[in-house]
Design a protein around this ligand. Structure first.
Ligand code: URA
Length: 282
């Protein structure tokens, strides 16, 4: 086979596996043996006399330990919650996210995609995660999905100067795969703080991942969309968070694949318009 043909096939195979973007100038050989590290020489254990009853394994005598992965998830969650809570404004929150090393997506993403739009607006829109275009530009919803989202917003008189847009994840999952539950969990404290800082009157949850993560439910978007739900923020010891009305809608990526569902989506958007009008008349 021609070398060029070989290369084309290899590239096609990479793209199918989700590696559809060059993120560095120099290839990284992940199979290379790790550099030798200085390890302390183990001290020889003295030979134990034979006991008639075998001593219990260490884990029996010490308090029950969490598995290493659970412990590390707990630590990551703690660090995410502490970093998020300490951020007193949007710039500090963006900085806290950028410094957070508990989500491996940060290492494969080109940019942190924090938000776009008007931070003083009454409507906060939350999508799933950046795609390739968003990752490149560092702004949410700028690709094909974003163009449709803009048209959806325009149909109810909204645009990026009258709404504020962010995502469940601030970094692109490679190959646009679905975020894993662990990625969502570790990033959620930042988004909750983000919502708290924006303090919108209405939340629009774009797609199933967004609705499930913020409403804490497992139902799919067909069941959640089109009805008002209560998003309950983080309760502080001093104050009870008041719920924010949240409307789940179909994701524009889904509508691009199933244009027949646009009718339902537009019906949901009109509910958002009505609620906004009610708010502004009150
Ligand atoms: N899809 C999303 O959910 N968010 C984006 O920012 C872009 C596409």
């Amino acid at each position: 086979m021609e070398p060029a043909q070989d290369l084309r096939e290899l590239l096609a195979w990479y793209m199918e596996a989700g590696a559809d973007e060059a993120i560095g100038e120099v290839p990284v050989n992940r199979y290379r043996a790790p550099d030798p590290v200085d390890r302390p020489t183990p001290t020889p254990t003295p030979t134990q006399p034979q006991a008639s009853i075998p001593s219990p394994p260490d884990s029996f005598s010490s308090p029950p330990a969490l598995s290493p992965s659970l412990t590390s998830t707990n630590n990551v969650m703690k660090s995410a919650s502490e970093l998020a809570a300490a951020a007193n404004d949007l710039a500090a929150l963006a900085e806290a996210l950028a410094s957070f090393d508990g989500c491996a997506l940060r290492d494969t993403a080109t940019n942190l995609v924090f938000a776009d739009g008007n931070a003083d607006s009454q409507v906060m829109i939350i999508g799933e995660a950046p795609g390739a275009d968003e990752d490149r530009q560092g702004r949410p919803f700028v690709g094909m999905d974003g163009q449709l989202l803009d048209r959806m917003l325009a149909s109810i008189g909204l645009d990026r100067s009258s709404s504020y847009i962010s995502n469940i994840l601030p970094w692109r999952p490679p190959g646009n795969r679905k975020p894993t539950p662990n990625e969502v969990t570790v990033c959620l404290p930042f988004l909750r703080r983000h919502i708290e800082l924006i303090n919108p009157k209405i939340l629009v949850l774009v797609g199933g991942t967004s609705a499930q993560a913020l409403l804490g439910v497992a139902h799919g978007i067909p069941r959640l969309r089109g009805r008002w739900h209560d998003y309950t923020g983080v309760e502080r010891a001093s104050e009870k968070a008041s719920p924010i009305p949240a409307m789940p809608i179909f994701h524009p990526a889904y509508l691009l694949r199933k244009p027949g569902m646009k009718r339902e989506a537009w019906r949901d958007l009109r509910k958002i318009r009505r609620r906004l009008d009610d708010l502004n008349e009150a």
